[in-house]
Design a protein around this ligand. Sequence first.
Ligand code: MIC
Ligand code: SF4
Length: 643
Amino acid sequence: MGDNVVYKILKDHLVEGEIVPGSEIGIRIDQTLTQDATGTMAYLQFEAMGIPRVRTEISVSYVDHNTLQTGFENSDDHRYLQTMNANYGIHYSRAGNGICHQVHLERFGRPGATLLGSDSHTPTGGGIGMIAIGAGGLDVAVAMGGGPFFLACPRVLNVRLTGRLRPWVSAKDIILQVLSILTTRGNVGTMIEYTGPGVAMLSVPERATITNMGAELGVTTSVFPSDNLTRAFLRAQARESSWREILPDPDAVYDRTVEIDLDRLEPMIARPHSPDNIEKVSALKGMKINQVAIGSCTNSSYRDLATVAAIVKGRKVHPDVSLAIAPGSRQVFEMIARDGALADMIAAGARIMESACGFCIGAGQAPQTGGVSLRTNNRNFEGRSGTNSAQVYLVSPETAALSALAGELVDPMDVSAEMYPAVDAPESFIIDDSMIIPPSDTTAPVFRGPNIGEPPYTVPLTDAINGLIQLKVGDKITTDHIMPAGARLIYRSNIPKYAEYVFENVDPNFSTRALEGKAQGLYGAILGGHSYGQGSSREHAAICPMYLGVRIVMAKSFERIHAANLVNFGILPLVLADESDYELIAQGQKFSATGLHSRIMGEGRIGIRIGGKEFEFELQATRRQREILMDGGLLNYTRSRMR
Ligand code: MIC
Ligand code: SF4
């Protein structure tokens, strides 16, 4: 029985466990990345571990999320990161150098390596044939210290691409089609591997668009083989020596295969407010739009922006539409500036944004009230754009550009195939790494402005607990619901302040109520439905509730990264043994349990009395995670083991 690409790379990095789907494995991590919004907390925690220098092949710290600097907070964070990184052996990519995933793909990604990043779109790296996984900042800090990363050995799902994409249909349409088949639910514990003849027509940045949005499926990561096109991309980045071929064995086996016929694929669109709410563009064409935003780590490569420029060249953006374009990296920005594509966009009336996350995270470009926005990014969760009533749709750069000119949703298939501006992959990219500052050999004082707080500590759970169900919510609660980004992002390194905004858009009184409970010595609990914690990897969605006294989250099911983050901060993720119990538990009810410690360490169910009635829960945690919970979180656990 031959191996697939996923198992080949995992076997190369295995330090604990066996390749048996579902069992826990530990893998060595070659590279790490952080971005500023999750990075400050990750590095504060790394400092708290007391390790003098990172022990990875390379660790890079990017500044791309909080770049607006409307007050001192962001600048303080940047300065902290730069000075801290220099001391600890970490490369620092300055604000303006681009979005972490795009820059990492261009300058550091390497086929066959493992990458752990404190951002849920780290799987973008799968486009270059690496196993790239998103995790909480604390997990990344442990990996920087040389510790293995623990995960459930995945099942491998084969997405086989056959045929050829027609003009006007592109990588974004492939992943939207995959989302329509697999949806955002039920894919935990799976990795996707792309195979089949269709792979050969996708360049590395196009593959990266597909692996990037694998995050929306809830899979651990997605990966493409490393073939001659991977080699050509690395050559164009002057990094050919990093290339190695990694193909599945001819008799490789997969747990399941889904086939997509590219010949028949059409332009696709995700409707509000979920990336798996998929429709064909043709079904919605003619819809009036107010805004188009092109960029983000999903679709901001040279190929994407050169295509957009060619479409808008010599034409004008519709007067009712605001078109914003954010190049993914400084390399992309400089390439389009030098070859004239940028001038074509400016002449058409586009608003050119900094090379950063920007609109994607609600930092600027909030649509008008009730506005319809077409975007090329990966998430259209309610309110994420900064306007709660906005209707955000996700589309390809081709669909976005054509629609910006028309003022309404255009089906690209209505435009003649001859008009399609097929952009060739460049033979060489402009290479200038001067905005990536290498670490220093000496140490210097670390800058800590008033926005830089201490990482919060947790205490172990007591054996007998009493508390209150502080909030009951429904299905598909995202980490954006739990911990809003946008204007609140500036408080990422200031936990007491950021905690004031927990569930802000769901229940504005939540944080005050939870803190009052905590002051009375009560544990807080949250009750959720399916896929609790989907979306962003932000560990603040665990740290801040923990700060407010939340020590239990009960749900019908959890997403992987968030469940791990809860454990890392000493919060019990409990799955309802009987889903129908959800209806019987109400917000405001009291709960209690005794003998909790032996039940955390045992294998059986955990019983909790809620509102006078006994309910049963499964603690879906590995042995190691149970020990972490007993220690009150990963930081305590790591420090006690290092001593
Ligand atoms: C996102 O796309 O939601 C973010 C912002 O990049 C997050 C990280 C964060 O919240 O800082 C992610 O995807 O993990
Ligand atoms: Fe940045 Fe958006 Fe990508 Fe998150 S999804 S890393 S906010 S561009």
